[in-house]
Design a protein. Sequence first.
Length: 260
Amino acid sequence: MSLLVRAGVLVPGERGCRIVDLGAAEALPVLREPPSEDEAAYRRIADDRVAGDLPERITENELLRRYSLTRARLTRLLRRMAQEGWIERLPGHGWTFLPILTSLEAYEDSYRFRLVIEPAALLEPRWTLDRHALEARRAEQVWLIDGGVFEVPDTRLFEMNSGLHETIMECSRNAFFIESLRRVDRLRRLIDYRQMLDRDVTRERCQEHVAILDRILSRKNEEASDLMRRHLSKLRGLKTVARERRAVDPVPQAQPASLS
């Protein structure tokens, strides 16, 4: 919050803060605080995993040596990585990395798959509106649009946006659709952490999320399905370009932003 105030985006008032200048948020990348030591180590491991520089199986001692970590920090990082679904403990000794999307072709395929199942899920015959859960997701998106998108960490932004899509999918009551989307999200998590897309673009996608949710909450699922298809088609193009740019310039010049 303090970063947004210093950047001139928010002004303190009697009942919290009010937005005065969203354009000022463009300066936020230079104001954002550097990642913590744990976060920096996490990103190094994630980047090495995506680049294929880590073996499929690895021991804790190897990780300690490679990244100059303390045992306590490594334990925290392994716990987080396991919770996020891209590493798991082997029986007896060591850890194994789980499959993720690394090639541009596989990444593109994941969006083509989502284009099939997500619009279709909105038209499932057993669709059941979970108004409470969807309104909570809508409130998150409105908060992001109102300035939160410029200060929320990349990992949290991914969780909020992917969580929105999963909440919509859960209303379909189709177990195969639900589990398929969750699996795709696990596979693309590390790639999306490293997208070279700015926060203004992310804010536009959040506005599309709200438009989709408004149709769903009004029980206009056919319209929501059409909007979802257009949303994913546009997003696929943005992310494919970002992936291609990262392949040419693997060190981004601006903070990445995660979209869903």
